[in-house]
Design a protein around this ligand. Structure first.
Ligand code: ATP
Ligand code: MG
Length: 325
């Protein structure tokens, strides 16, 4: 592994054993995140974005879930097969995460002060008083005014956008090397979304953080990500630096996602483009390109075998027999 890689995931396969059969949520996915790099992961609902990242965090519920193949390296060290106690030291300290809905991640019955200081005390063995002052400082840093007072608020006393700021403060308190933000803005209205993304961008440049930004909207990662991974039905189907992916998508699915970006110049009454059809059932998925039933470029070969990832240029990879040229 080269030195500039902070995280390297190789051939990750995560399944869930269900009554109906085996659901392969992440199917042989490999990717890496460089130091101070922002990587966007996009794909429709159910494409395996969250499961891939929960696998990295060691948070797959087992059973029914299980990582059946792959290797995960963080700072050059294998972290998939280490004891849970070791994982806990990495999770929340070196790798931090923000989930979609702050209300499910924040405990509604505990004051923010308690929730912010718990992790600090656990990971750093500092006094309550010191932890509280760090928490206040962090709340100010993420743009919460009157932080000395508001640190004692309960989550419901904040608006949605402010709660998301609290979540970001909580995630950054231990000065992580990598932040995984899973749909950090979907529950928020567009203006607040933009503010939160701006905040993440600003904080990132200040503390030299690597960021994985998960979303189903390519528009969200356009201005943030250095590189974008496109997932479909548990597979990585395309990857490239942001500019290339936007200018020259190879996979018909990427092209469709680009077309589906909500546009601000949309005329009244005009509908958003949505990709026709829906993703396949991931239980006992046949060996074929999973996108072929929805793809206008599909031919016989697509129905027979899943294409392997091919390199394109210095920066990209795609898995398609009939790519866009
Ligand atoms: N705990 C679980 N038990 C069973 N199946 C699960 C579990 N968690 C996820 N899955 C399945 O794994 C697949 C991938 O789910 P995942 O949550 O990673 O999708 P996603 O890309 O994050 O979607 P979204 O955009 O909706 O968040 C889905 O088919 C989902 O139903
Ligand atoms: Mg998800």
């Amino acid at each position: 592994m080269s030195d500039d890689k902070l995280l390297e995931v190789k051939n990750l396969t995560t399944i869930f054993r269900l009554d109906e059969g085996i659901l392969t949520a992440v199917n042989g996915v490999s990717f890496s995140v460089g130091k101070e790099e922002t990587v966007g992961i996009v794909g429709e609902s159910g494409s395996g974005k969250s499961v891939a990242n929960l696998s990295v965090l060691g948070l797959i519920p087992t059973p029914p879930g299980k990582i059946i193949a792959g290797e995960i390296f963080f700072e050059g060290k294998e972290i998939l097969n280490i004891p849970e106690s070791e994982k806990r030291k990495i999770r929340g300290k070196k790798i931090s995460f923000i989930f979609q809905d702050p209300m499910t991640s924040l405990n509604p019955y505990l004051r923010i002060s308690t929730q912010l200081t718990e992790g600090l005390i656990y990971h750093n063995r500092i006094s309550k008083k010191e932890a509280l002052s760090k928490a206040v400082e962090m709340l100010k840093w993420v743009g919460i005014s009157e932080a000395e007072k508001k640190v004692f608020y309960y989550p419901h006393q904040f608006s949605g956008g402010m709660r998301q700021r609290v979540m970001i403060a909580m995630a950054l308190l231990n000065r992580p090397k990598l932040l995984i933000a899973d749909e950090p803005t979907t529950a928020l209205d567009v203006t607040i979304q933009a503010q939160i993304l701006e905040l993440l961008k600003d904080l990132k440049s200040k503390i030299g953080l690597s960021l994985i930004l998960i979303t189903h909207n390519l528009g969200v990662v356009a201005g943030m990500a250095d590189r974008i991974l496109v997932m479909y039905a548990g597979f990585l189907v395309e990857e490239n630096i942001t500019e290339e992916l936007f200018l020259r998508p190879k996979h018909p699915y990427t092209k469709a996602l680009l077309k589906a970006i909500p546009r601000l110049d949309k005329k009244e009454g005009e509908d958003y483009y949505t990709i026709p059809g829906s993703p396949p059932n991931l239980v006992d998925l046949p060996d074929a390109c999973p996108f072929h039933p929805r793809c206008d470029r599909a031919m016989d070969d697509c129905r027979k075998k899943m294409p392997l990832l091919e390199k394109i240029g210095e920066t990209g990879r795609f898995a398609c027999y009939h790519p866009i040229v």
